[in-house]
Design a protein around this ligand. Structure first.
Ligand code: UDP
Length: 325
């Protein structure tokens, strides 16, 4: 297939690029390199461009004759979305609207969207099923949900267009071959922050909120290894190619760990007893989010290979120690 990947130089995008590249697809990557790295491009042809540059993006679509688009480009930090909501709606929702208008114009057949568990908001049981109510509690989740709605309505109107919106849970870890990993500047994600503390890239880490209604008072998340997530994209695309129906699908392992559990596991694996400051709650955080993800496995044959917190942390730690970028 001829595939366009937006945001393919970023953390998740680069792992999906590698997985799709291994399959022999002809890939073009568009990335503005705001949080991505040219060194993360292991396959295909990188074009440095911003989705807001409508003229340039349209010319890329025109020349590319793509069969599929995998859309990552966007912003992903929950607390930032609370303080800069309009930036999130611009970058995530309005730019996605433009990408979809290009898909419609240039008759793209398949679309894989990088969505998020944040579309669920604060489910009472903490478990998110694809059919659970969608009540995002922060602009990040809302900005992604608005794109999901556009996808649903476009697929209804244009029968030649099919999509899967993969609702990611907490993506962590790095490529087992050590080639790519997370180098997001000023990273805010938990395992990344803990590995930075363990490698003395920061003096300490903060723990946000110890009074949640969870087993130990800290938030519970479903941490999924980035390589398993990348494989979910490959499987989702194959599913659409075989005639599968457009829909959202959860990407998680179905069980969660608290922030305290993750931090103590990072300390155990790295052998470093870094300093942790317990602070109040962070804006926009849900108490507990874990996936019901049997639908993805059942429909696409996805089988996770790294459903083990130790593997996730070990690979993130190896990346942090040896980072080439
Ligand atoms: N968290 C924390 N300290 C950090 C980073 C994250 O206590 O340095 C907590 C955060 O408040 C949330 C959980 O870890 O409860 C997961 O946050 P993360 O930013 O990794 O992912 P999110 O679930 O927000 O996408």
């Amino acid at each position: 297939m001829r595939i366009l990947i937006t945001g393919g130089a970023g953390y998740i995008g680069s792992h999906v690029l590698k997985a799709l590249g291994k399959q022999g697809h002809d890939i073009t990557i568009v990335d503005n390199l705001s949080t991505g790295f040219a060194k993360a491009i292991t396959y295909g042809n990188l074009i440095v461009a911003d989705l807001a540059d409508r003229v340039k993006i349209e010319s890329i679509f025109e020349a590319g004759k793509f069969d599929a688009v995998v859309h990552f480009a966007g912003s992903i930090v929950v607390p930032d979305s609370v303080t800069q909501p309009l930036f999130y709606y611009q970058n995530n929702t309005i730019n996605s609207h433009f990408v979809l208008s290009m898909c419609d114009k240039f008759k793209i057949k398949y679309f894989i969207f990088s969505s998020t568990a944040a579309v669920y908001g604060m489910p009472e049981s903490g478990v998110c099923h694809e059919d659970s109510e969608l009540l995002p509690i922060n602009p990040y989740g809302q900005s992604k949900l608005m794109t999901e709605h556009m996808l649903r309505d476009l697929a209804f109107a244009n029968k030649g267009f099919k999509y899967i919106a993969l609702r990611y849970f907490n993506v962590s870890g790095a490529d087992p071959e050590g080639q790519i990993g997370q180098s997001f500047p000023k990273a805010t994600h938990l395992i990344k922050a803990a590995c930075e503390a363990a490698t003395s890239k920061r003096t300490h880490m903060d723990l946000f909120g110890t009074d949640y209604p969870t087993k130990d008072g800290t938030c519970v998340r479903d941490y999924i290894h980035v390589s398993d997530l990348a494989d979910a994209h490959v499987k989702a695309l194959q599913f659409l190619e075989k005639g599968g129906e457009s829909q959202p699908l959860n990407c998680g392992y179905g069980h969660g760990f608290s922030v305290k559990e993750v931090i103590s596991r990072v300390k155990e694996i790295t052998g470093v007893n870094f300093k942790v400051n317990e602070l109040g709650r962070r804006a926009g955080d849900s108490a507990s989010l874990t996936a019901e993800s049997s639908r993805l496995s059942k429909l696409t044959g996805w089988k996770p290979k790294n459903d083990d917190l130790n593997i996730i942390i070990q690979s993130a730690y190896e990346w942090e120690k040896n980072r080439p970028y």
